[in-house]
Design a protein around this ligand. Structure first.
Ligand SMILES: [Mn+2]
Length: 410
């Protein structure tokens, strides 16, 4: 694989795997993973590896890492912690709560902040100059890590590919870079065949008798829409055993529920539920999206941003209450709200032409003003987490930032 592998990145994987093998001594290993297809596939790769080396481990699925969650995780446990498909930007908080008898690994492909000290080890392609958004999913990264720890992980290469497709890393016609290395592994092992549809590749997974994109889509429904019902556990089971009737009907039920909740929220917004300021249109679904996870507010904003009742040149902000109970952890002593930002197409053009500031500037700055924790931020889509009750303050903070940036009148 030398011809595609950046040497610096390859070395980083070796180093972190070595550290892990040195620290592994039978203590409890806690895996904290994200709830979308890539996060579920990452957990599955680590599960296979940890069972392979007879480790004692536990899986915890979280949607967002913020201080109260990290504190809760570490308060009740010691040993080795592996944060995956999340955590990169929270490395300092993870370091703060990792006890003296513990060590944390962060295996993430989102941008990360480096830490010093020897309590936290970060495996992240972004720190080695490789884009985690294009060339490697968290599941592919876990696969490369697991290969150093337990070579038989090659029997599960198709799971790593599923995660990459779940994160839409095939969006340029096929997966690239390290994801492609994983694809080649899965093909070599006879798990996957590549089929061409026009100019687009699709990956047929023999075990499922289906394409990777259909499988990954259902994994995300299980994990994100079925979050509070622990659908991600079914997702992990699916990675190893395929779909059964019970899980398929659960996916169907979840999809229906989502459609119904989305439809009634659209009706509410059309009959006056949308608030407006000079440049922003915003709303809160409060807890009406339960038991769906907070990823759904982003999906909902994406769905409605260009609908006829929307103002085409105003930023769209949606709020969703973060459930006070994390299924695998119990009650969290903090009330938070997930914030999703999207931009209607007309505003999007103004942003891309430099006439209006992007959400990558507005959301982190406004978050900072109200003491929130911005994570994934792009020009036309961004998310953050703030204290419950500070929603209006957040909107005002965004308007303030817009004034400072010299925005035109909406
Ligand atoms: Mn991911």
């Amino acid at each position: 694989m030398d011809y595609i592998v950046d040497e610096r990145f390859n070395q980083l994987i070796d180093e972190v795997a070595e550290k892990f093998l040195k620290k592994e001594n039978g203590d409890l290993i806690t895996v904290i993973h994200h709830n979308d297809a890539d996060g579920i596939c990452s957990a599955s790769i680590l599960k296979a590896m940890l069972e392979g080396i007879n480790a004692n481990f536990e899986l915890i699925c979280v949607e967002k890492v913020y201080p109260a969650v990290i504190e809760k995780i570490h308060d009740d446990r010691e040993g080795i912690f592996i944060y995956t498909d999340l955590g990169g930007l929270a490395s300092h908080i993870i370091e703060k709560y990792t006890g003296d008898n513990s060590v944390s690994f962060i295996i993430d492909h989102h941008p990360a902040k480096m830490t010093d000290g020897d309590k936290v080890y970060i495996l992240d392609p972004e720190l080695a100059g490789v884009s985690g958004d294009i060339f490697i999913s968290a599941s592919a990264l876990n696969y490369l890590f697991a290969r150093r720890v337990w070579p038989e992980i090659e029997n599960y290469a198709y799971i790593a590919l599923l995660g990459a497709v779940g994160d839409y890393h095939d969006r340029y016609g096929g997966v690239l870079g390290f994801d492609r290395y994983v694809l080649n592994e899965a093909v070599r092992m006879g798990q996957v065949t590549i089929r061409l549809e026009g100019v687009r590749e699709r990956y047929y997974i023999k075990k499922f008798g289906e394409y990777a994109d259909s499988v990954a889509r259902r994994l995300t429904i299980l994990g994100a829409v079925g979050y509070l019902e622990r659908g991600y556990r079914d997702g992990v089971e699916v990675c190893f055993n395929g779909f059964n009737d019970r899980i398929l009907s659960k996916v169907e039920k979840l999809e229906k529920m989502k459609e119904e909740k989305f439809r009634s929220e659209i009706e509410r917004l059309m009959s006056g539920g949308m608030n407006e300021t000079e440049h922003i249109q915003w709303f809160s679904v409060e807890d009406r999206f339960d038991p769906m996870g907070v990823k759904t507010i982003g999906e909902f904003c994406q769905l409605i941003k260009d609908m006829s009742f929307m103002k085409p040149t105003k930023y769209l902000i949606g709020f969703q209450h973060i459930p006070p109970v994390i299924p695998d952890l119990g009650r969290i002593d903090w009330k938070g709200v997930k914030v999703s930002g999207r931009t209607p197409s007309s505003l999007e053009r103004m942003i891309l032409n430099g006439k209006m500031p992007g959400l990558d500037i507005l959301i982190p700055k406004a978050s900072q003003i109200v003491g929130g924790y911005a994570d994934a931020t792009h020009k036309i889509a961004a998310a953050t987490v703030i204290d419950m009750g500070r929603e209006e303050e957040f909107i005002q903070a965004m308007e303030e930032v817009l004034r400072d940036e010299g925005a035109e009148a909406g």
